[in-house]
Design a protein around this ligand. Structure first.
Ligand SMILES: C[S@@+](CC[C@H](N)C(=O)[O-])C[C@H]1O[C@@H](n2cnc3c(N)ncnc32)[C@H](O)[C@@H]1O
Length: 293
């Protein structure tokens, strides 16, 4: 049997490193209400507030079975909470590293029947899962899948009357204006185009809330960490390499000069700030309903 080659793109690498370096299980920005001081020790509270907001969109499992699919479930933190709250949940994550963490969580909840799809959503087995779910959840994962591919799959796998929850950021019309931090971080479908795609879709828009200002404080906090912790640590490591292995480090710097320059601009220019985010991204909490037949 031939083995499939494991791949990891740079966005996936960023997610995995972020999760490992910051030691957090949730991979979303968290909900920074005004009463919450923006500091790492409050991250878990901010992230739980965000998760609670998403859970509030779902039918109550005490009233009958609720089938949920957590698409792009990361480390499975929300997926685990869904199972704990008696939702009949499945997860989906393409990255093997994340899938391993999710499977560990499922292992600890063996009494709860749940399935993890380890594939990109674009390859979801639609025929076997026709009208299977009451809820399809995308928590900061919607941006990774072309809308032209996600919407037709959702139309088939979510039951009539079921809901699609999308919580993610989109690109604003300011992208490409050459302002400070323009293109310093990617991600997000074009908001204007997406609004049209929603309007043209068969789905009913139940709510669409702009929560950008509640998510953006996270950016300042992470920027601080990158500039004041990670950058100095990287410089120390670089100095050590230059002193002790001058030839290797020179070769290394030359070979990866383009990648280093890109990473420096993206992560260590100090431009990944709240202001940059609010200019180039718009973060939305959207609930769509699949019409009854
Ligand atoms: C920012 S993380 C969000 C994780 C989790 N939903 C959360 O809120 O903590 C984005 C997730 O999308 C997943 N992803 C990336 N490409 C995907 C695709 N084509 N289909 C489904 N999920 C994808 C990544 O593996 C990752 O788990």
């Amino acid at each position: 049997m031939s083995k499939t080659k494991e791949t990891m793109d740079s966005r996936e690498l960023g997610l995995v490193l972020g999760q490992q370096l910051l030691g957090i299980d949730d991979m979303h920005y968290g909900m920074w209400d005004e009463d919450l001081e923006v500091k790492f020790s409050n991250m878990a509270v901010a992230q739980q507030r965000y998760t609670d907001m998403l859970l509030a969109d779902m039918p109550d499992p005490a009233q009958g079975d609720v089938r949920v699919i957590d698409i792009g479930c990361g480390t499975g933190h929300i997926f685990g909470q869904l199972l704990d709250k008696d939702y009949k949940a499945d997860g989906l994550v393409p990255a093997p590293g994340f899938a391993k963490l999710v499977n560990q969580k499922l292992e600890a909840r063996k009494d709860k029947p749940a399935h993890l799809f380890q594939i990109p959503f674009e390859q979801f087995p639609v025929a076997e899962n026709s009208a299977e779910y009451d809820v399809a959840l995308f928590s900061e994962s919607f941006q990774y899948i072309p809308v032209e591919q996600s919407f037709p799959i959702l139309e088939k796998i979510v039951k009539p009357g079921g809901v699609i929850i999308i919580c993610d950021f989109f690109e604003t019309e300011n992208v490409g204006d050459g302002g400070p931090g323009d293109r310093s971080f990617g991600g997000g479908h074009n908001w204007k185009k997406f609004q049209q795609q929603m309007a043209d879709s068969p789905f009913e828009i139940i709510s669409d809330t702009d929560i950008t200002s509640k998510m953006s404080p996270n950016l300042d906090m992470v920027n601080n960490f990158l500039m004041n912790v990670l950058a100095p640590a990287g410089q120390t490591l670089g100095r050590y390499m230059r002193i002790n292995y001058p030839k290797t480090s020179k070769l290394f710097a030359w070979l990866f000069r383009k990648k280093f320059a890109k990473a420096k601009f993206k992560y260590f220019s100090g431009l990944r700030s709240k202001e940059t985010f609010e200019r180039y991204k718009t973060y939305h909490h959207i609930v769509l309903r699949v019409p009854e037949k």
